[in-house]
Design a protein around this ligand. Structure first.
Ligand code: CLF
Ligand code: SF4
Length: 501
């Protein structure tokens, strides 16, 4: 069966570009997937956040029903989205539960690949329990084929666990930035607890205790827990490996270390105070050091609290309240169609997984290369293949090829070179900004690339490559790596790349 083409429409005008990434250890990798018990595999195999593989095929959506919050984070300014699960960006519309249900049904009918409905802000979902649980209650009845997911700071988690379990919520994300209250006091100026504002170390201590208790209670209920942490250089960067160790020991399934977003224009405390976020290398080093302890997620896109579509895209504009109002939805028919499409996607994923395992096995029998690792950027609009023009890419997936194989490392945001905006201020063109975002990469794989970017990429030491259009990403990356090895390009790192990185 022909799978539907995923629509990577331009994101919302307010969508701001931020970095991110993923590897074969990102989310649940294929080998790990094979070793999971059936009950857990069923929960993660079509969840785009919990399975790196699934994020090439399945979409998620958020409904912004939760405006209030019960804590203050130094990286948040609540005129923006919740940074628990998103990058700062204005939520277009705060919804009532009724509007949220209508929007979810409309999206599910029009984007059959949407498998997960999350509530992730713009405040804290569990600080808005009536609105959050009313939405979940209705969706579990009216759209039972959609997985329900929630993201919280954890302060109100212990008292919410029963209710979460009641609505079949299988996936909960807790943002845990520290397990040490001294560090917590540098991140959280206050919490609102028992009708009082509690500041500093005392407040952080309560928050940490509630997060840990909530985590233990969820695990005891058999609910999958992902832990998100915001990496804040000089504040908790040295501490997050310990966080990873602690949450893994308690049974968390996945750890997602995300870079701090602190642009001054967002008006957050950190932004105004000049607290910087991590560089891509710092983030990758930390993710690699935590990965010895547990599964790491590297494909997080720090979504808006009202994001709709594949990770990295935002189709929210297609589903505004006025547009939904006039849509005619036959949800029963849509459910049937969704079922067929999900089965087809699943079959395609399974066959690719088998094929990949066979190739990996064959690869093991060949003499091992002794060449150095190389980073490559890939332009894709989904389905795990190279299918995007360089100039149409709004983000590039970054892969590392090495004698150990190919692994997903991260994604990097880019402005669309072909979108017509050729100047980004500061005298830099969009193309120059994109090429700067690809620093450290030695090749870019896309379906096509124009003459001008071709020349500029080459000048920056990044080899443009349009020869692997429609090929599976990892195979293409490996093929290019081997070509580089055969051409003797992997003996020493080229000067242009060294300078660029
Ligand atoms: Fe949303 Fe979060 Fe559920 Fe995913 S997002 S509530 S687990 S359905 Fe996913 Fe977005 Fe990263 Fe969150 S990419 S910000 S991890
Ligand atoms: Fe903002 Fe979320 Fe922190 Fe609340 S928990 S202050 S909404 S980032």
């Amino acid at each position: 069966m022909q799978l539907p083409v995923l629509n990577n429409t331009p994101s919302h005008a307010e969508h701001e570009a931020k970095g991110g990434c993923e590897a074969s250890s990102c989310g649940t990798s294929e080998n790990q997937m094979d070793s999971l018990p059936d009950s857990i595999r069923e929960k993660v195999q079509n969840h785009p956040c919990y399975s790196e593989d699934a994020h090439h095929y399945f979409a998620r959506m958020h409904v912004a029903v939760a405006p209030a919050c019960n804590i203050q984070c130094h990286y948040c300014n609540r005129k923006y989205d919740c940074s628990n699960e998103s990058r700062p960006g204005v939520v277009s519309e705060v919804l009532t539960p009724d509007q949220a249900v209508k929007k979810t049904m409309a999206v599910a009918a029009n984007i059959p690949q949407m498998t997960v409905l999350g509530i992730a802000g713009p405040g804290d979902p569990l600080a808005n329990p009536e609105r959050t649980f009313e939405t979940f209650r209705r969706l579990s009845l009216e759209a039972p084929d959609i997985k329900l997911c929630v993201s919280t700071n954890g302060l109100a988690l212990p008292e919410s666990v029963e209710e979460l379990a009641k609505h079949n919520i299988d996936h909960v994300t807790i943002t845990i930035n520290c397990v040490d209250p001294e560090i917590g006091a540098k991140i959280y100026p206050w919490i609102f607890w028992n009708n009082k504002r509690i500041k500093g170390v005392k407040g952080a201590k309560i928050l940490i205790a509630q997060q840990q208790k909530g985590l233990e209670m969820l695990i005891a209920k058999g609910i999958l827990v992902k832990v998100n942490s915001v990496m804040i250089p000089g504040v908790n960067d040295q501490h997050l490996a310990e966080v990873s160790r602690v949450v893994k020991a308690k049974g968390a399934f996945l750890h997602n270390v995300m870079p701090l977003i602190s642009e001054p224009e967002h008006g957050t405390f950190y932004g105004v105070m000049g607290q910087r976020g991590p560089t891509p290398d710092e983030l990758q080093d930390l993710q690699d050091s935590c990965s010895g302890d547990m599964n790491m997620m590297r494909h997080c896109r720090q979504c808006r609290a009202d994001a709709v579509g594949m990770l990295g895209e935002d189709r929210g504009d297609e589903f505004t309240l006025d547009k939904i109002e006039v849509m005619e939805i036959d949800y029963e028919a849509a459910m049937e169609k969704r079922k067929v499409i999900h089965l087809a996607i699943q079959a395609e994923m399974d066959s690719k997984r088998l094929e990949k395992a066979e190739k990996a096995q064959q690869q093991k029998q060949k003499p091992r290369l002794t060449t150095r690792p190389v980073l490559m950027a890939v332009a894709t609009s989904g389905q795990g293949v190279i299918n995007l023009h360089f100039g149409h890419a709004k983000e590039f997936l970054i892969y590392e090829a090495s004698p150990d194989g190919v692994r997903f490392i991260s994604h990097r945001k880019a402005d669309q070179y072909c979108a017509g905006d050729t100047s980004c201020g500061d005298g830099e063109t969009t193309l120059q900004v994109t090429i700067r975002a690809l620093a450290g990469c030695e090749a870019v794989l896309c379906s096509k690339v124009g003459y001008e970017p071709w020349e500029m990429l080459e000048a920056a030491g990044i080899a443009p490559n349009g020869e692997h259009a429609m090929e599976p990403i990892e195979e293409a990356v490996l093929a290019v790596y081997k070509e580089m090895a055969t051409a003797g390009k992997l003996d020493a790192k080229p000067e242009a790349i060294r300078a660029n990185a």
